[in-house]
Write a protein that binds this ligand. Structure first.
Ligand code: IMO
Ligand code: MG
Length: 427
């Protein structure tokens, strides 16, 4: 009768999928509550890396139902491609293993065109160009099309046609761009809805029945608190609620069931796209943390392939995220990447406008003026990739974890020390 929540504690790409995969072993349901296929969760199995964008990580667990909740936005064409990729990795997907909320909103071809058009102008935010913001815009405008409409493929295709025609006028008027082929769009979406129709469900009832029945439900956050539409570095954010409140609004479950909230953070910081990033590193140290792209785990986007911006761990950000979400446990990923550095830095405060602060400024313009105040710690040189318990970590690594706990107010109870599925510290 409990919900475990996994949330991104930075700007995304923290390795959330790894911990859903590891901690959901007794979960009856794994549910996505926000975002769309802008997410990129890589799961390494043997020498294969499977990339999930929209599908919940629960699909990799036998006996586990995966739910795409009402708070999500769904691109049916991309979803079918992703289902094919996951099946190719040997995972079974059928309507008994995956449910899509009738109330989730659809990402239409026009949303993709508008996202790409705006990104090509000076107003671009560095989005993933998956049409996310424009789909949520239609939802908020109360003119969106919901997944339940796929139950009637012909009418759904007509709605897609009408939406595309409207968007084409806007593309011409606002951007001077040619329109999208409305007939092709309607045909492709109509065909996709025929296949996806059996997956549609009243997921609110399904989830609450499972909870009343004493089942364990896992809520898998996509994106992260610093990308949250309300609490992130607005306007350099995504368009959904990626923090704790999104669990209730994005699944239709009451907060009383939430008993465990785990925040996932890298052992350093990364972000993709534009926006302020106080601890950002350039030059050799940036390259050292990012990697060259030769390894699957190097810091290049799973969704867009863009090189991620990298920096030292920002504990001012983490403290804000811990308080806002009620996070009691932090999962620290990529500890192995820090091995071999002589010293490490953690931002524990900012200098801004002539003063010092430990409080995260919610205004992106103020954040852009912040200079980090660093605590410097000695690094470690022992290889940690074979370590499976916290007690087995080198002393300087333990000291690094203790410093993070002191600065954020949350315990580090989980960690990853390599890209393999089992390279985790769970106790
Ligand atoms: P996961 O789940 C990292 C970023 C984009 C951009 C901003 C808005 O893998 O952690 P959008 O396409 O959502 O309108 O883009 O948000 N962004 C992510 N960055 N990981 C993600 O998801 C992201 N989803 C969106 O780069 O800056
Ligand atoms: Mg990502």
């Amino acid at each position: 009768m409990t919900i475990t929540v996994i949330l991104g504690a930075q700007w995304g790409d923290e390795g959330k999928g790894r911990f859903t995969d590891a901690l959901a072993h007794d979960a009856r349901i794994v549910a996505r509550f926000n975002g769309g296929d802008n997410a990129g969760h890589s799961i390494t199995i043997g020498d294969k890396v499977v990339k999930l964008h929209m599908l919940p990580s629960g699909l990799f667990r036998q006996g586990c139902l995966s739910v795409i909740g009402n708070g999500c936005v769904v691109n049916p064409r991309n979803l079918l491609h992703e289902m094919a990729d996951v099946r190719a990795a040997g995972v079974e997907i059928n309507p008994n293993r995956l449910k899509i909320s009738n109330s989730a909103h659809m990402i239409l071809p026009g949303h993709l065109a508008l996202d790409a058009a705006r990104e090509a102008t000076s107003a671009g935010l560095g989005t993933t160009k998956r049409g996310i913001g424009f789909a949520y815009m239609d939802k908020a405008k109360r003119s969106g099309i919901r997944a339940g409409a796929m139950a009637e493929p012909e009418r759904f295709a007509e709605s897609v046609y009408a939406h595309t025609v409207e968007v084409n006028k806007q593309l011409d008027r606002e951007y001077g761009l040619p329109g999208v082929d409305a007939t092709e769009a309607a045909g492709a979406y109509g065909a996709a809805s025929q296949i996806l129709k059996p997956y549609l469900a009243d997921t609110l009832t399904l989830l609450n029945d499972a909870l009343d029945d004493g089942q364990h439900v896992f809520a898998e956050g996509a994106q992260a608190t610093l990308l949250d539409i309300d609490f992130g570095t607005y306007p350099y954010v995504t368009s959904s609620s990626a923090s704790i409140g999104g669990v209730c609004t994005g699944l239709g479950v009451p907060p009383k069931f939430i008993t465990r909230t785990v925040g996932v953070t890298k052992a350093f910081t990364t972000r993709v796209g534009a926006g302020p990033f106080p601890t950002e590193l350039f030059g050799d140290m940036g390259t050292r943390l990012r990697g060259t792209g030769a390894n699957a785990w190097d810091e290049f986007g799973a969704t867009t392939g863009r090189a991620r911006r990298v920096g030292w761990l920002d504990a001012v950000v983490l403290r804000y995220v811990v308080r806002l979400n009620g996070i009691s446990e932090l999962a620290l990923t990529k500890l192995d990447i820090l091995t071999g550095l002589d010293e490490l830095k953690i931002a524990v405060g900012y200098k801004v406008d002539g003063g010092d602060t430990r409080a995260y400024p919610q205004d992106a313009e103020v954040l852009a003026r912040c200079e980090p105040i660093f605590q410097t710690l000695p690094g470690w040189h022992q290889d940690v990739r074979g370590v499976r318990t916290f007690a087995g970590l080198p002393a300087n690594c333990t000291a690094y974890l203790r410093a993070i706990e002191a600065a954020t107010g949350a315990l580090v109870t989980l960690a990853s020390v390599g890209a393999e599925r089992d390279q985790l510290i769970l106790s």
